[in-house]
Design a protein around this ligand. Structure first.
Ligand SMILES: C[S@@+](CC[C@H](N)C(=O)[O-])C[C@H]1O[C@@H](n2cnc3c(N)ncnc32)[C@H](O)[C@@H]1O
Length: 252
């Protein structure tokens, strides 16, 4: 039976303010999981993998780092961390990937057979991890989807030990108004049609994507949120004209 619609135009005026955003987000990702990777690659012209690689570089991994990739989806960032840790020596630990949409995890498991991840079905707002148990926490294209991003940042801070790093990869919009207008034409008018056609999606996932980016907190608010959660030396690294930003914060 096809998945019923999750988003309509009135909810998409500000999807972050929708009371049951959490349940809607989960239903949406469960429905698009099988075609998620293909749409990512095609609609970013394969740049999504480069953005993830940059996030791994900014984590400045050490051989014994314990890495937790939250909202891991189909495992792309976790696998990049696992590959990078492997190059650092035999002491490397297994990367933990956590996502609250169960349907994403079998895909991640299949893809990561050569670089196994420890995959858990769990929530960014209540990570199944002890205080101070991780050296790196990452979240790629996930923070915008959680119902309470500030609470998620506090949860990331809780599980990180001193010296730990938080890496947040998230879509943003070009600062230049002409570039922003051109990008939004593609993002709001073209991508929803082509991505919906490729996935056969009925939930409105690819209308939610541009609207959730356009209505999400801006870059300075994101950095303020990380600081308020207890992170220091917070910085942003914009990529590809600012359509994607990697934020990094440290635990002193
Ligand atoms: C856009 S996908 C990103 C997946 C992956 N990180 C990547 O780079 O492709 C967002 C993911 O966030 C997950 N997610 C959203 N809210 C979550 C939450 N509160 N806890 C755990 N996962 C969540 C969704 O299930 C989905 O798999």
């Amino acid at each position: 039976m096809p998945a019923p619609s999750v988003w309509n135009d009135s909810l998409l005026a500000n999807p972050h303010a929708v009371a049951d955003k959490r349940q809607r987000v989960r239903r949406m990702f469960a429905a698009i999981a099988p075609s998620y990777d293909l749409n990512n690659r095609l609609h970013s012209l394969w740049m999504d993998q480069w953005w993830r690689r940059r996030a791994v570089q900014l984590a400045e991994l050490k051989p014994t780092d314990q890495v937790v990739d939250v909202a891991c989806g189909t495992g792309d960032l976790g696998m990049r961390f696992a590959t990078a840790l492997d190059t650092l020596g035999p002491a490397a630990k297994r990367v933990v990937g956590i996502d609250f949409t169960y349907e994403m995890l079998p895909i991640a498991r299949r893809k990561s057979q050569l670089k196994p991840l420890l995959l858990l079905n769990g929530d960014a707002l209540a990570l199944p991890l002890a205080d101070g148990s991780a050296d790196v926490v990452s979240i790629a294209f996930g923070i915008r989807n959680v119902s309470d991003p500030a609470a998620a940042c506090r949860e990331f801070r809780r599980v990180l030990r001193p010296g730990g790093r938080l890496l947040i990869l998230e879509f943003s919009l070009p600062v230049n108004p002409i570039l922003r207008g051109l990008y939004n034409f593609y993002f709001r008018r073209v991508l929803p049609r082509t991505a919906t056609w490729i996935s056969g999606d009925k939930t409105g996932a690819y209308k939610y994507l541009p609207e959730s980016v356009n209505t999400f907190i801006d870059r300075s608010a994101m950095m303020g949120m990380m600081k308020a959660a207890g992170f220091g030396e917070v910085r942003q690294v914009p990529m590809t004209f600012g359509v994607c930003v990697c934020y990094r914060g440290l635990v002193k």
